[in-house]
Design a protein around this ligand. Sequence first.
Ligand code: SF4
Length: 371
Amino acid sequence: MRFVDEFRDAELGRAVAAEILGEVEAGRHYKIMEVCGGHTHSIYKYGVDDLLPANVELVHGPGCPVCVIPMGRVDDSIAVAHHDGVIFACFGDMLRVPGSEGTLLDAKAEGADVRMVYSPLDALRIARQNPDREVVFFAIGFETTAPSTALTLKRARAEGLRNFSCLCNHVTIVPPLRALLESPDLRLDGFIGPGHVCTVVGARPFEFIPADYRKPVVISGFEPLDLLQSVHMIMRQLGLGRSDVELQYSRVVPYEWNLRALEVLAEVFELRPHFEWRGLGFISQSALRLNAAYADFDAELRYEVPGVRVADPKACQCGEVLKGVIKPWECKVFGTACTPEHAIGTCMVSPEGACAAYYNYGRFARDKEVV
Ligand code: SF4
């Protein structure tokens, strides 16, 4: 398939890996963070890390939107789902994310009408088909998916649908990256930038990383050759003592923003003053909520939600995984008490989560017994 097969060419992959090796400085350990969960998934699916020199380490950032949802937000969603007459619509991954007293799937088993959808428009269709019920869509994702939620809300308004609302959990990528860069326990050499998010925001918002922290950023595609080439571009910058934002994924991403997408976001959303991220705590202006013009569609205003901060289970080390401080298999419960079937933390739920990627592609410490 065009634009896919040529980016999975093993021979070319080995050639790029040899070029990366040529850029490596002996005795130096490099840590490169990929920000997007889609990158984490591709790296372990295709064994990209196996082609890298031993002293080039890939660490995984907070780029999986399911993984960063804190337990309190899951509790809020379950509380809304239990309201009389509510049909609660969400993506499949979210059904299995644990809250303090269970998951949305458990709520469904207890009688709540929770339905899996593939897009916000699916939820809107359910609202049209059930005019005597209230349909709440659990919106989740970075800037990549927020425009589709915004367009759905615009359509709901245009159709005069009053039985549709949105529990908004859209987050933005720049504030958590800044929080990570300010973190004293993490030393990073460069970033593989999030190709999907950049289709909306462009590459320019990442210029603060070289400007303020002197680290290179390469916005990358998702095929194995994209990732290898991005690592090579970062290594070349490091070798030359440069730190810039470069665009590897230029076949899809514009350097500048997607103006139409940003306009629709501005029409429907505003920044929250702060939002809790799993493992990272509260981060200022890191998430979106519906603005005053769309307040009628805001489930947080339509329903009472607990809004309580809930501490992660003691055994859960998702926060350290999301900050790239530990590898998934270093978590005490990885592959034993925590598996994709019975997840304790969020990173094991979504296929884009680092723990699920490690588990699904057999990446764990060799001496660790995995069930
Ligand atoms: S193994 Fe489970 S509990 Fe541990 S970090 Fe991963 S998802 Fe969280």
